[in-house]
Design a binder for this molecule. Structure first.
Ligand code: SF4
Length: 69
């Protein structure tokens, strides 16, 4: 599973880091970064992608197919 952030779309809500703090962290520019894509179960990654108010989180399977949001 792969998770990435579309940085230009991140509006810094911090929701992802609340849902999966071992995966996401806000940097000094208040943009989310992926610190460890294996830091949570896939269900949590999908939850974070669906909760992101700016649709900035993309979760893909190992074949590169988007699974969330
Ligand atoms: S939930 Fe979305 S908008 Fe909020 S910090 Fe995470 S990636 Fe950025």
């Amino acid at each position: 599973m792969n998770v990435r952030i579309i940085r230009s779309q991140c509006c810094g809500s911090g929701l992802c880091a609340e849902i999966a703090p071992d995966v996401f962290a806000l940097d000094s520019k208040q943009k989310s970064t992926v610190i460890d894509s294996d830091g949570a179960e896939v269900e949590k990654l999908i939850e974070a992608a669906e909760a992101c108010p700016c649709s900035a989180i993309i979760v893909e399977d190992d074949a590169g197919e988007q699974v969330a949001p």
